[in-house]
Design a protein around this ligand. Sequence first.
Ligand code: R5P
Length: 291
Amino acid sequence: MKKIVFALPGNEALAKYFANTIQADLGVTEIRNFPDGETYVRILSSVEGKEVIVVCTLHQPDAKLLPLLFICNLLRDLKVRSICLVAPYLAYMRQDKQFNPGEAVTSAYFAKLLSLQVDRLVTVDPHLHRRVSMKEIYSIPCEVLHADGLISEWVKKYIPNALLIGPDSESEQWVSEVAKNAGVPFIVLEKIRHGDCDVEISVPKVEGYKNYTPVLVDDIISTARTMIETVELLKKAGMKPPVCIGVHAVFAGNAYKDLIKSGVSKVITCNTIFHESNAIDIGEIIAPHLL
Ligand code: R5P
């Protein structure tokens, strides 16, 4: 029996690509809001006994979670064989410890919720920092895929003489892999976060790299304060305008505009979250895992 792929709103292009690539059917739904804001969900395809793939990236997750839970419950009622969730961006991974007494460790609560709904999760570069493995919080099988290979290819193709820069110690895992595959040098900076929009970054000696094009690489660009602070320090150090690469284009509020204004040469992201800066397509790394 053919698999069937469903898109939650906003995920249609990736869902269509997956369905074509793995020769699955593309499911038809009606998802809309009632006038009072509640969600209406209807499945118009036949799904009984089928392995179902639901594509729902989880940027701005609070509004997406309820429609996702409804569709998963409906699929179970319609007696599907299994549900695999493809969430190219997985939210709530950063609140991974109690920083202050009384705080919710929402990464664990979110994981518990999703683990009850689906049988398997496929995601790209989840923010695993203090946690080493998804198994610590997810009780379902999780396939963690990485965008570093695609980013290396992009850097090799478009940026001659690149110096990769990781803005903080957490980014070392991505930057070192990208640099190794692209065959270019890398440095990692030190960051202290004082608040949601307040970060302090220190730049090591970069005199030897003045002829290089700095390429900042991070997993998430959210407020963009990490990138902007780094761009400013590199400017002061007399480096060329950097290229900024983020896997996940979260871009809260005016973050994208502010980053562009800060004097970067380019901002590039992967399409784990649909955004005008998308230049690296992650569809091809996910599709083989849906066969
Ligand atoms: C840090 O934990 C992450 O790897 C990113 O550096 C961080 O999420 C970026 O956040 P923002 O864009 O808000 O500075």
